[in-house]
Design a protein around this ligand. Structure first.
Ligand code: ADP
Ligand code: MG
Length: 358
């Protein structure tokens, strides 16, 4: 296992990058702890695969270094880095049996035949293909082939890190849940450093100890699911995590008060007179509908979603989402909202500003 350090790392696919926009990965410095399960989460095109391929050694960065523990591996191959990687689409040897596919990484490293036999049996069970071990891979469904790819990724216990790039895309929904659970238990059992790329927040939050949120070539936050939820460091994190996401509302902030369209909103922290683009972020469940107290809203639609209701409303011309308990009656008298002041985050140019206790 290894601690992974990204030192002053950046990457451009252009040979002569001129400005920030030419970089698929903007400059970053991070240390990823040994033995943790990370999810790399972000929208399509934000640089997840680029970062993963740089960590695995499929791609060499145009700037900076990668260290495994304290060893510089920037120029080493994937094999030298001792990494297993699983991709979005199956990579299997069609002419070989499922068993031979699974055995391959172990045989390659000269493992003991008895151990190989045992381990392949175990992995076969984990991916739900025990009874198909002696079938040829050719002719199997894409779904089954992807399970083989996953199995091959998981078969070696002695890797430095296990990397997965949206590995469950072609897997059917029920099996997705099953395989994710297996990956998690594999992590508990062997404590591999794992990095799991996904654009699906549920997948990220259920799989990982720590979620790395990427936006536009940058890592905008690394945190536990709770940290991301309660204290999004960037408006994108607040908006991307949660369903519906955090409401982001234009405001002016001075002292312990935010002003939204001329109306006062009390805050629990105090701030300097903030300049730049100032916004407050409020989760839908931290908003209460009232019959006259607070800021004026127009309710547009009420959606029942199991134990909650999502109220889609309009606040000074912008959409705002409010979460209420299923039993809470929503009446036409409800024309205003108040915010739970302990749950309001303040953002300047999209980054969280913490303020000081008021
Ligand atoms: P993600 O995996 O988050 O969807 P990628 O890392 O694949 O994002 O892509 C990040 C950016 O780099 C995108 O703008 C993409 O178009 C660009 N990109 C990815 N691969 C290449 C490549 N081989 N050559 C040029 N540009 C690329
Ligand atoms: Mg990708």
């Amino acid at each position: 296992m290894a601690k992974i350090t990204l030192d002053n790392l950046a990457h451009s696919y252009f040979s002569n990058p001129k400005s920030d926009i030419d970089f698929a990965l903007k400059e970053m410095d991070h240390v990823w702890a040994d033995g943790e399960a990370y999810a790399l989460l972000g929208a399509s095109g934000c640089g997840k695969s680029t970062l993963l391929n740089i960590i695995s050694g499929l791609l060499h960065p145009s700037q900076g270094r990668i260290l495994f523990d304290d060893k510089d591996v920037t120029q080493s191959t994937t094999a030298d880095r001792n990494i297993a990687q699983v991709f979005q689409f199956p990579v299997v040897y069609d002419t070989m049996t499922v068993r031979a596919n699974l055995e391959f990484p172990l045989k390659n490293r000269g493992a003991d035949p008895k151990y190989i036999m045992q381990r392949v049996q175990q992995i076969g069970a984990m991916i739900g293909m025990e009874s198909e071990l002696d079938k040829r891979a050719r002719g199997l469904t894409a779904d089954a082939k992807q399970k083989i790819s996953l199995g091959r990724g998981m078969v070696r216990e002695d890797v430095n890190a296990l990397l997965f790039d949206e590995p469950l895309t072609v897997i059917d929904p029920h099996m997705k849940w099953e395989l994710r659970t297996q990956l998690k238990s594999l992590h508990h059992e062997f404590g591999h450093t794992m990095i799991y790329v996904t654009h699906d927040q549920t997948e990220a939050l259920t799989f990982a100890d720590k979620v790395v949120v990427m936006y536009d070539g940058r890592v905008v936050q690394i945190g536990t699911p709770n940290e991301l939820y309660d204290r999004p460091q960037h408006t994108f994190v607040g908006y991307f995590i949660g369903s519906p996401g955090m409401n982001v509302i234009t405001a002016q902030v001075a002292g312990n008060t935010a002003i939204v369209h001329g109306l006062k909103v009390p805050l629990s922290q105090a701030y300097d007179n903030l300049g730049g683009k100032v916004e407050i972020g409020v989760r839908p469940e931290a908003i209460t509908l009232t019959e006259g107290k607070g800021l004026p809203v127009k309710i547009r639609r009420v959606e029942d979603v199991g134990r909650h209701k999502i109220i889609r409303a309009e606040l000074f011309g912008n959409e705002i989402n409010i979460l209420a308990h299923e039993d809470q009656p929503i009446s036409t008298e409800m024309s205003h909202v108040t915010f739970d002041k302990d749950c309001i985050n303040v953002y300047v140019n999209d980054w969280l500003n913490c303020g000081v206790p008021a």
